[in-house]
Design a binder for this molecule. Structure first.
Ligand code: SAH
Length: 214
């Protein structure tokens, strides 16, 4: 893995711009400053890796904007050794940020090409992340319950199936809605049958689709 000096300088600037946009979680900012985002992107877009923008990856999908990754990760309140389920591995960048923060990461992707490619990228960085090929609508109950669940595709509604995979005290963060924009939603499980929902602004995500593609 090559992480040139210039890339490190660009990450410093990116982190400063995220601070200016209101990100305050120092562990999140440290992880963004550490993980080389350019290796998750198509080499054609490499010079864009440290601008605060979403970019195309394979299979018509996108790597989320750094601000969005930082914002969602802050809402999750990740602590070391937290067990976190990510739905929508994509490039693997969000999973790497969580792993860099010391979380035990389980991530699901429905698209075979991305499932394979993201593992190759993560292998060059050496994070220990558990990858699964499958439909994230089902979650991964056999490894749960989780301290946090992060959904990185637009989900029309949050099912009981996923909510039940949260620990009591656990947090689920997802862009909720079917339209052109989604509402960033935090669900906190405060008891076995009590869930508190809160809204955190609007974002644009690719849709979460059912089933898998080979
Ligand atoms: N977290 C990613 C960005 C995700 S883009 C990153 O850091 O790069 C959304 C991803 O969700 C895409 O890769 C898409 O294939 C995947 N996806 C969509 N529906 C899904 C489903 N039902 N289960 C699992 N993954 C899904």
């Amino acid at each position: 893995m090559t992480d040139p000096f210039e890339a490190r300088g660009m990450r410093d600037k990116l982190v400063n711009s995220l601070r200016q946009k209101g990100i305050t979680d120092e562990e999140v900012l440290r992880a963004i400053n550490t993980v080389p985002r350019h290796i998750f992107m198509d080499p054609a877009f490499m010079h864009h890796a440290y601008t605060d923008k979403a970019f195309p990856i394979a299979a018509g999908q996108t790597i989320s904007q750094p601000y969005t990754v930082a914002f969602m990760t802050s809402l999750l309140k990740v602590k070391k050794r937290h067990k976190i389920l990510e739905i929508g591995t994509g490039s693997g960048y969000q999973a790497a940020i969580l792993a860099e923060m010391g979380a035990k990461v389980y991530t699901i992707e429905r698209c075979k090409e991305l499932f394979i490619k993201s593992q190759q990228t993560i292998a060059t960085l050496g994070y220990n992340i558990h990858f699964f090929f499958g439909d994230g609508y089902l979650g991964k109950p056999e490894y749960g319950p989780y301290d946090g669940i992060i959904i990185t595709a637009a989900i029309p509604e949050i099912s009981e199936t996923l909510l039940k995979q949260l620990k009591t005290g656990g947090r689920l963060v997802a862009p909720l809605g079917e339209g052109d924009v989604q509402i960033m939603t935090l669900v906190e499980r405060s008891g076995s049958d009590t869930y508190n929902y809160s809204s955190h602004g609007t974002f644009v995500f690719v849709p979460m689709l059912k089933g898998t593609v080979n």
